[in-house]
Design a binder for this molecule. Structure first.
Ligand SMILES: C[S@@+](CC[C@H](N)C(=O)[O-])C[C@H]1O[C@@H](n2cnc3c(N)ncnc32)[C@H](O)[C@@H]1O
Length: 311
């Protein structure tokens, strides 16, 4: 099947990565290699691109897009395991990292992967279906009502979280919830009709929450960012595109923590914590797509790009 994903903020990614021929760049979320292709062109002929994705379908598509050679290395894995993946790739440092978070268009569009609330499919939502691990069906059918409420509220920012969790628990007592359409039906029953009118699809927030939980997206993001910064050379750049406020908050928090120095109480005469800034924040405010990009690629509408430089 053709892998169609339009890269978001492509010119801005190249600009903020500040690439030049010979750079060593790691694309931690390779997808269909839309960004990676531009990166590879900017660092040719002597640069090295390491592309990472946890999804086999993405790696197959990327291998097709990029002309594989000695200077393009593709690795399957989760960017939370960056240290191992980069050691295996045989690089000693990097001049740039890109994280273009979340799911790709093909992951959303391939019905059987269970990400979409528009179709009927098994409740899966794993970005790495080959890797085993928890599915959305496992979460929906085994988590306690309190746990479901927490993740739907926290990761979905859904005001009807406790009602949706209660309706899920009541439904699964009759029989396990197995498909996306069954879950959408339960959510529609739980959310009052007046709240459903005019807003986005009632399943949107709960589906987002389940996807984040299944793929541990918030947890792995923090691990990935901290590891990436350790591999950066001074002057090297890290660029992150996030698509919802939870992710953006993690990026902002990790960047500002790593960009700040001594944390000793002001009354201490000398610094005892020894903390020094390791990053300089390049984008004080997040960079967002313009109206034309959003019109051409509606999936770009919630994108926020932040960049920082290793000092
Ligand atoms: C938004 S898409 C990237 C699209 C890509 N930049 C392009 O231009 O084609 C996100 C990709 O990152 C992958 N991904 C998300 N989280 C990941 C993680 N923790 N580790 C490895 N890959 C991840 C997904 O499987 C997906 O293919």
């Amino acid at each position: 099947m053709e892998y169609r994903h339009t890269p978001v903020l492509p010119a801005e990614v190249t600009k903020y990565l500040s690439l030049h021929p010979g750079s060593i760049v790691v694309d931690c979320t390779l997808g269909g290699a839309g960004h990676a292709k531009r990166i590879a062109d900017s660092i040719a002929p002597t640069g090295t691109l390491v592309g990472i994705d946890q999804d086999d379908a993405a790696l197959i598509a990327a291998a097709d897009t990029l002309r594989l050679g000695r200077q393009i290395i593709l690795k399957k894995g989760n960017f939370s395991e960056l240290d191992r993946l980069l050691s295996e790739a045989g690089i000693a440092y990097a001049d740039g990292f890109l994280f273009d978070l979340g799911v790709s268009s093909p992951q959303l569009d391939v019905v059987e992967r269970g990400f979409s609330y528009h179709d009927e499919a098994p409740l899966d939502m794993r970005m790495d279906p080959a890797g085993g691990g928890l599915t959305a069906a496992d979460v929906v059918n085994t988590y306690s009502e309190a746990e479901l409420t927490r993740i739907i509220r926290e990761y979905g920012e859904e005001r009807w979280a406790s009602r949706i969790a209660a309706f899920i628990v009541a439904a699964r007592a009759r029989r396990p919830v197995q498909t996306t359409a069954e879950l959408v039906g339960i959510i529609k029953d739980a959310v009052p009709a007046s709240a459903r009118r005019g807003g986005p699809h009632p399943g949107r927030r709960t589906f987002q929450a389940l996807r984040i939980e299944v793929n541990q997206e918030i947890h792995v993001l923090e691990q990935g960012l901290r590891s990436a910064v350790r591999w950066l050379v001074p002057g090297g750049r890290i660029v992150v595109i996030s698509y919802h406020s939870l992710e953006d908050r993690v990026v902002k928090r990790v960047f500002s923590e790593l960009a700040s120095g001594c944390e000793c109480p002001p009354e201490l005469p000398v610094c005892t914590c020894g903390k020094v800034p390791v990053l300089r924040i390049v984008t004080r405010r997040p960079v967002v797509p313009g109206p034309q990009e959003i019109e051409e690629n509606p999936r770009a509408r919630s994108a926020k790009l932040r960049a920082a430089e290793r000092v």
